[in-house]
Ligand binder design. Structure first.
Ligand code: COA
Length: 169
């Protein structure tokens, strides 16, 4: 593995880690993480590895961000459909959470969240540690389900925005 920090004197120059593209570091190509976090010692379980509940919480946040955008408003988590902790996360890992909407119902939005851990960041040591699917419900101001808006209404041209909205924002 390349190690730009502990390079032998006189060794050929190699690209610094910071110059590597995300896919060269083992992250999914062409995707932007919804969330990136570094777990701290306070996030560990009694064995010193990262507590699964902490990861679930971050996954819920990452999924809700995508669902909130699609719902164009507040959502509530109704179900965690699946959760696979395939590999452990360690304190100090750089975790990237990727969200993808996989289903839109009348009021519900189901999101797949994948979590990647960059363990030894100077050596591009990257592992997919967790996969989950979570369902959210678009809710109104009374916390009752409301229909997910049609995509066309969210993709309207800025000039079609209501007068009270600044189209530049
Ligand atoms: C979210 C909430 C408002 C939904 O109200 P509800 O009356 O239970 O909703 P409904 O039965 O009408 O179902 C709403 C949608 O969720 C879906 N849903 C219900 N149960 C589900 C389950 N177990 N798994 C997946 N989807 C489910 C329904 O299919 C429906 O989707 P659709 O409209 O796209 O077909 C209500 O359940 C609630 O307040 N739950 C607590 C939420 C919460 O506190 N979450 C944690 C913090 S965010």
């Amino acid at each position: 593995m390349n190690d730009p920090v502990n390079q032998e004197p006189g060794a050929a120059a190699i690209a610094p880690y910071s110059a590597l593209k995300p896919f060269e570091r083992g992250l999914p190509p062409g995707r932007i993480p919804e969330l990136r976090m570094v777990p701290m010692p306070a996030d560990a379980n009694v064995y010193g590895d990262v507590f699964g509940g902490w990861i679930m919480s971050q996954v819920d946040i990452a999924g809700s961000l995508a669902a909130t955008r699609r719902a164009n408003g507040r959502v509530a988590t109704i179900a965690v459909n699946s959760f696979l902790f395939k590999h452990p996360a360690f304190v100090g890992d750089l975790l990237s959470f990727y969200s993808e909407i996989i289903k839109v119902g009348t009021t519900s939005i189901t999101v797949a969240v994948a979590v990647y851990a960059e363990r030894n960041r100077l050596q591009a040591d990257c592992v997919k540690i967790t996969e989950a699917t979570v369902t959210y419900v678009a809710t109104d101001e009374n916390r009752k389900p409301r229909p997910v808006p049609a995509l066309e209404t969210l993709l309207r041209a800025p000039e079609d925005a209501p007068a009270h909205e600044d189209p530049k924002l």
